[in-house]
Design a protein around this ligand. Structure first.
Ligand SMILES: Cc1ncc(C[n+]2csc(CCOP(=O)(O)OP(=O)(O)O)c2C)c(N)n1
Ligand code: SF4
Length: 280
């Protein structure tokens, strides 16, 4: 599958978006999903700008609103693989309500969060994951709140697959994306990444010092143990925190979808030739 577009990324040198971009392309290639069966919904942000840099069927949604768009696509055609790409500002700030609702619904989508602990595209304002004390354009005296724990929120809301990766570890990020996409239900992969321009605390050196591993005997089948690991601040573990297949995804709980996807039951006959010709 040719995932190239003619546009080279406009991201700053050293930005973690590059690593996630590479890992996502490798994951899509490994998953070998027919291109007409894959949809990537991009949020607004530096992360969401990936919409221009990867050749997939996609949708560039409004800031914080990519998850409901993805849910709509997955509900209309549950045969599709649906992936969301967005930042911590869009998905844990403006879109947090949607994030919680989608996790609770266990809709079969994969949410990849470029967690650079800042609003990158709008020049470094504090986001929900910015650490306490950090001076940003919007917090000139330092952030006075404690950051949210996105993995803990996902677990509490009912996500059935929860993991964390680091953008510079491209092989791990690729593996975790593959596993998250294969999961039948709502999967959430938080991916730490440096924002070299605006986040002067959480740099590559900071991540090397502060990232850790889950315990060697860790089995990701306990929500309580996963939550405990997600609360750790001595070291931030990466890997799969939690997965379960005991909860059916949303579309398998709707008997009227047993007959087939919604669009197959209500086929449309809209002629898209004129609209598509604009993209040639
Ligand atoms: C509804 C709406 N609110 C706010 C904005 C302005 N805006 C654009 S990008 C952005 C922040 C992006 O930060 P984040 O989601 O963390 O992504 P990043 O750029 O760091 O990848 C904001 C607030 C917008 N475009 N639309
Ligand atoms: S502003 Fe930050 S997140 Fe945006 S491209 Fe530059 S380094 Fe990456």
């Amino acid at each position: 599958m040719n995932l190239r577009t003619p546009i080279f990324p406009t991201w700053c040198p050293g930005c973690g978006d590059f690593g996630i971009w590479g890992a996502l392309k490798m994951a899509i290639t490994e998953l070998n999903i027919p291109e007409e069966k894959l949809v990537v919904v991009f949020d607004v942000g530096c992360s969401g700008n990936m919409a221009d840099f990867i050749r997939v069927y996609g949708f560039h949604a409004l800031h914080g609103r990519s998850i409901p768009v993805a849910e709509g696509i997955a509900m209309a055609n549950h045969d599709l693989t649906v992936i969301v790409v967005g930042g911590d500002g869009g998905l844990y700030g403006e879109g947090m309500g949607h994030f919680i609702a989608a996790a609770k619904t266990n809709v079969n989508i994969t949410v990849l969060v470029h967690n650079n602990q800042t609003y990158g595209l709008t020049k470094g304002q504090a986001s929900p994951t910015t650490m306490e004390g950090v001076i940003t354009g919007s917090t000139p005296f330092g952030v006075i709140e404690h950051p949210v724990n996105p993995l803990g929120i996902a677990l509490t809301a009912g996500a059935t697959w929860v993991g964390r990766s680091y953008a510079a570890n491209i092989p791990l990020t690729k593996d975790l994306i593959v596993k998250a996409v294969k999961h039948d239900g709502f999967s959430h992969l938080d991916i730490f990444q440096p924002c070299t321009t605006f986040n002067k605390l959480n740099t590559q050196a900071w991540f090397i010092e502060h990232l850790g591993q889950l315990p060697t005997d860790y089995v990701p089948n306990s929500k309580l143990k996963a939550w405990e690991q997600s609360e750790r601040e001595d070291k931030y573990p990466i890997g799969i925190f939690y997965e379960t297949n005991k909860v059916l995804p949303f579309h398998k709980r709707l008997p009227n979808l047993d007959k087939g996807t919604l669009i197959s039951q209500f086929p449309t006959s809209v002629d898209l030739t004129a609209a598509m010709s604009e993209f040639k």
